[in-house]
Write a protein that binds this ligand. Sequence first.
Ligand code: ARG
Length: 585
Amino acid sequence: MLPKNLEHRLQQAVSAVLPDANTDSVLVRPCPDPKFGDYQSNALMALAKERKMNPRQLAIDVVAKLDVSEWCEKVEIAGAGFLNFRLKPGAIAGALQEAAKMKDPFVQKAVKPRTVVVDFSGPNIAKPMHVGHIRSTILGDSLARILRLLGHKVITDNHIGDWGTQFGKLLVGWKNHLDRTALEKDPISEMERLYKLVNSACETDEKVLESARQELVKLQNGDGENLAIWREMIALSETQFARVYGRLGIKFDHTFGESFYNPRLKTVVQELRDKGIAQESEGAICVFSDGSLPPQKDPLLKQEDGKSKPNPCLIQKSDGAANYATTDLATLAYRLETWQPDDIAYVTDGRQQLHFSQIFSIFKRWHPEAKTKLAHVWFGSILGEDGKPFKTRSGDTIKLEDLLDEAQERAFKVVQEKTTGLPESQQREIARVVGLGAIKYADLSPNRQSDYVFSWDKMLALQGNTAPYLLYAYTRIRSIFRKLGEEASTAPVNFLLAAPDEITLAKHLLNFGLTLEAVAEDYRPNFLCTYLFELAGHFARFYENCPVLKSEGPERASRLALCDLTGRVMKQGLEMLGIETTEQM
Ligand code: ARG
């Protein structure tokens, strides 16, 4: 199917000219400027460079072996060796025809499916999920959906923080200050209160700090009472997390928390010592740089006053306790053993960049044979309208459930104005879809590495690059078919593409699959957001300039089918962002 078959043909032609070349990186991508054509490939330049060949000559040789005449005008060689493809109108219509019959139009399954572990969300027990966790949850879920649709084997794992030093303080709080009634009403808030209380007491009272230490040691040594309390804290937190996940429509294949790896931590430390990767330093066990990377790029070194200094990764504290790094190394070993993944993507905020680059570099030394690609899919912060980290007015972390409630409430006001004729229950349901969609879209549409300002007015606006705009565009398409009623037919039609606006829309539809591939390649769902925003724009121009219901015969059937395909792609695209659709708005 177009445009994938251009890529296949090009790969074949490259193989004919360069039999030993790995053609996986020979890709065809939409032309950024339609002046030059519909698709382009810049892959030949890299291949020529590797082989110290003249790129233009390579392009000439490849084009001589390349036959795409059934879909394209003559392939043009531009600049230093770009190939430009321009589709023939008949080929576009043919591709739409084919897509209309598919369950997932314009999506082509990966030829070489990969096994990908997506590690996302990862909230911490006894603490509220904060906006950073929601961003990880939304990004990770969207990536998992897209990878699955492309035919990859995806394993999602919620690496919850259910172990660590905070439990010492929590146990002291639980045993001495627990308010059962408050716990029943809002468990996480009560646990957070206990933690804060003991934490501040520890700052002034050495005795409290010591008792927190003792409680932690007892828990780590398997004390029955402490284990039971710890389990209760987990159960209470998980109920609350589950409510948020349920509302957001998010599922995980596994929720192996940090504690799952406890039995493996000692072995990991031992193995790293045996292999000479880790060593003792002032009673602790650390991994130092082995000098194999350029100092500027070595996460186990830091640059200070123009000099490289050691920046070791601690994997066992001097009191013998393991830490976040130890757990992540054990987790990595477990995943490797259990799933032999091709890729592992960790979706967390940017503040964990050093942690993951250290883990990844230790992993390379520990398992030099492993082919698994590790990616830290990091994202920027969410800021309040004052440009500071997003908090409540009193400076507390914003509770996720309150945020979701507010989104639905605010969306209800928008929906009420738009849908005056509908009963309130239906308006509430539409507001749910719009409100949750708005939150998700605001998280997904900016480049994930930039900070963004959380603004209700912006994310709920009916104009602009927002979920309400896209959802509304979708309902406009659906309303065409509602008007048609009985008359709406699903019989195959011939696409007649003549008007410039319908050709533009059709060509944009063809790029849906490539867009998903680009998202998967770079772990960037914002590419899909941009695509859908543009799709809505192309559809609006088409609908304004090309009569649909008022046209006749084969032209009417073709335009209706184009509307239908646009609606299907919009719905599936939103679904890949984790956003539900509504038929009316
Ligand atoms: N619990 C961590 C946090 O709140 C996120 C876990 C991310 N995943 C991992 N394998 N470290 O920051």
